[in-house]
Design a protein around this ligand. Structure first.
Ligand SMILES: *[C@@H]1O[C@H](CO)[C@@H](O)[C@H](O)[C@H]1NC(C)=O
Ligand SMILES: *[C@@H]1O[C@H](CO)[C@@H](O)[C@H](O)[C@H]1NC(C)=O
Ligand SMILES: *[C@@H]1O[C@H](CO)[C@@H](O)[C@H](O)[C@H]1NC(C)=O
Ligand SMILES: *[C@@H]1O[C@H](CO)[C@@H](O)[C@H](O)[C@H]1NC(C)=O
Ligand SMILES: *[C@@H]1O[C@H](CO)[C@@H](O)[C@H](O)[C@H]1NC(C)=O
Ligand SMILES: *[C@@H]1O[C@H](CO)[C@@H](O)[C@H](O)[C@H]1NC(C)=O
Ligand SMILES: *[C@@H]1O[C@H](CO)[C@@H](O)[C@H](O)[C@H]1NC(C)=O
Ligand SMILES: *[C@@H]1O[C@H](CO)[C@@H](O)[C@H](O)[C@H]1NC(C)=O
Ligand SMILES: *[C@@H]1O[C@H](CO)[C@@H](O)[C@H](O)[C@H]1NC(C)=O
Ligand SMILES: *[C@@H]1O[C@H](CO)[C@@H](O)[C@H](O)[C@H]1NC(C)=O
Length: 533
């Protein structure tokens, strides 16, 4: 292990300054059920950083929970990704989890960035309209690409019209500037402590490139390749997707908690059976009315459900029920399990476009220009390269707005303190190689290989990974080069929370109070995991 700078020595030596944020405790509008006291604030920032003459401001909603252990080592900002997922909600819903996760010595802060939730809410459609423009998967029909592209052009026009006053002000560079202002106003040491997941890695990397001297501790978990993101090749990296799907089948046949194992105990056979079922759904979709709500189970719906379930191993058991119902023709089983999965919907989808499409460089009104990207993704994954990877790039290609500021440096960054990046070996959209690629931009940064399935290190938990993050946040200790953390939770695990905790406690040789700490961490992370997308 490498010991990096002594950030917290200097922090501990000074008492934390009061800061200039007007915190108060009436946070009912954020959460009225929080298990710990919340502090909240409106924080005013310039609306448009590129317009020096404008006096217009924007209020960001901030929420804070206080550290529970002394000494207090400052505040950590979180971003749950999306883009478009609400960090205020992440913090308000899981305060104890985040405290335990980070070790208890830090205040936890979330803020809804531009275009997210109630901060410049990004909505383009009239009620009911959004469904008209939902893309179908490219492999569902050979007319899908052209249709999707036409829909994307209409969507881009509607979004431009609906958000014309602020649509170019929600980009990542402005959010990084907002974050710098928050860090200053906290009255701590002027350095950012941060943990970003998925798109949150783009934000963290962008901040670190724009404000290298303000980098305190920055954890990037589930890395989006920043070059691809800003180039508008927004689809993610699906080079490990086939391995993840194969892991689903092989984990399934050896588990009593996989309903699909009733069909066959042979993983390859199982894969073929499911694929044949998907193929038949292209031509004979299943029409349903569930409690008055129409639902067509077609190739796109079911494959999307499979794809999004690959993000979180906690959903694999339920996914297997959906698929078992389909292959055996038991629609009751399908409907029950689909409801349990929440339909696989993506929240705040229009925020995603507003931010991601505005940031991305690729713009074209000629669908032919997308062919190189489509070819690249198809090469990365046989199972879903064409289906899962391309959608965002198609939505963004005809986008009409352009973020007023986009980071334009060379991504050769010397930060005041080194970054920690986490890559999961078997992440369906942001695999380890992305973390390695991003790390090359930040001198002195280190990559932790989290050898688990799913999106970010929160999918298949590892006590080793959690401890490594805590060592970095608390003491500035980076994982040694080549560190691999094995997951603690198994696939299709039926372990109760208590059992997992027992395993963890037994696996550690440390003193009793240390074991109790492990219990806290795992219990907390187990709860958190179910909430993060
Ligand atoms: C928006 O924020 C409120 C709390 O301020 C939260 O209750 C709500 O769930 C958030 N919405 C989304 C879509 O995240
Ligand atoms: C809490 O807020 C939600 C939505 O804002 C509301 O539906 C619920 O009734 C409130 N609960 C309490 C106990 O005030
Ligand atoms: C923030 O400001 C809005 C009005 O701009 C107000 O409704 C809200 O209560 C304020 N919230 C906080 C936490 O100060
Ligand atoms: C921001 O919030 C403050 C305090 O709640 C309020 O006085 C002010 O009007 C708000 N500004 C905007 C632009 O909403
Ligand atoms: C269909 O699935 C339901 C719910 O899982 C189950 O109760 C029922 O026995 C199944 N029917 C058949 C014919 O297997
Ligand atoms: C689209 O681009 C292709 C390849 O660059 C070109 O051959 C074609 O003519 C273009 N189509 C239109 C409508 O401009
Ligand atoms: C598309 O579907 C066909 C079957 O119709 C399948 O053979 C092929 O592998 C799929 N291609 C991709 C890239 O998903
Ligand atoms: C990182 O990824 C970009 C985009 O895919 C690529 O052009 C670049 O060569 C990669 N850099 C490294 C150091 O691997
Ligand atoms: C988990 O499954 C095993 C059989 O594979 C069973 O013996 C055990 O009781 C189950 N545990 C729980 C908590 O359901
Ligand atoms: C942990 O160790 C105790 C004592 O050796 C044992 O009774 C218990 O079954 C173990 N728990 C697990 C989950 O292995």
């Amino acid at each position: 292990m490498l010991l990096v700078s002594s950030l917290f020595l200097s922090l501990a030596a000074q008492t934390l300054a009061a800061g200039s944020i007007n915190w108060h405790t009436n946070c009912k509008s954020i959460s009225n059920v929080s298990s710990v006291p919340l502090n909240c604030a409106n924080f005013s920032v310039p609306l448009d950083y590129t317009d020096a003459k404008s006096k217009k401001t924007l209020n960001l909603t901030l929420v804070r929970i206080d550290a529970v252990k002394k000494p207090v080592k400052g505040s950590i900002l979180f971003n749950p990704g999306g883009p478009g997922d609400s960090a205020v909600r992440l913090v308000a819903d899981g305060p104890q989890e985040l405290l335990a996760f980070t070790g208890g010595h830090f205040n936890i802060i979330g803020f809804d960035s531009r275009g997210v939730n109630k901060t410049l809410p990004y909505a383009c459609f009239k009620p009911g309209q959004a469904d008209l423009f939902a893309p179908v998967l490219l492999n569902s029909s050979d007319t899908a690409l052209g249709q999707n592209f036409a829909n994307a052009e209409i969507q881009a026009s509607l979004c431009q019209e609906a958000t014309k006053d602020f649509g170019e002000l929600v980009g990542t560079a402005f959010v990084a500037r907002d974050m710098a202002r928050i860090v200053d106003a906290l009255g701590e040491d002027g350095l950012l402590r941060y943990w970003g997941f998925s798109y949150g890695t783009v934000l963290g990397a962008t901040f670190s490139a724009m404000f290298p001297n303000k980098v305190g501790r920055v954890v990037l978990d589930g890395n989006v390749n920043v070059h691809d993101y800003y180039a508008g090749q927004t689809a993610g990296n699906v080079e490990k997707l086939d391995d993840v799907v194969a892991g689903f089948y092989s984990g399934c046949v050896s588990s009593s908690r996989c309903a699909l194992a009733r069909t066959t105990q042979d993983a390859n056979n199982l894969a073929n059976i499911v694929e044949n079922t998907l193929e038949s759904l292209k031509f004979t979709p299943i029409p349903l009315v569930v409690k008055g709500t129409p639902l067509v189970l077609d190739y796109t719906t079911v494959k999307n459900l499979m794809f999004t379930s690959m993000y979180k191993i906690s959903e694999w058991s339920t996914l297997s029920q959906v698929l078992q119902g389909l292959v055996s023709g038991n629609i009751t089983e399908v409907v029950g399990a689909v409801a349990a999965l929440g339909g696989g919907g993506v929240p705040q989808i229009q925020s995603l476009f507003g931010i991601e499409c505005g940031d991305g460089a690729l713009r074209t009104d000629n669908v032919t220009d997308l062919e190189p990207l489509i070819a690249r993704l198809s090469e990365q994954s046989q199972w879903g390269g064409l289906d899962s990877g391309v959608t965002n790039a198609i939505e963004c290609a005809p986008w009409k707005q352009k973020a007023k500021e986009v980071y334009s440096g060379d991504w050769q960054v010397h930060t005041k303190n080194p970054l920690m990046l986490i890559g999961s070996e078997l992440d369906p959209v942001t695999p380890l190689s992305n973390a390695v690629n991003n790390s090359a931009s930040f001198s002195g940064s280190a990559v932790l290989n989290h050898n688990g399935y799913g999106h970010t290190s929160l999918s298949q938990l590892s006590l080793c990974t959690i401890k490594a993050v805590q060592a970095y946040l608390n003491d500035g200790v980076l994982p040694a080069a080549g560190t691999i953390c094995q997951p603690t939770v198994t696939l299709f695990s039926n372990q109760s929370q208590a059992q997992i905790l027992g395993l963890i406690a037994n696996s550690t040789t440390a003193a009793k109070d240390k074991r109790d700490e492990d219990h806290d961490i795992l219990a907390a992370v187990g709860r958190l995991r179910r909430r993060v997308i």
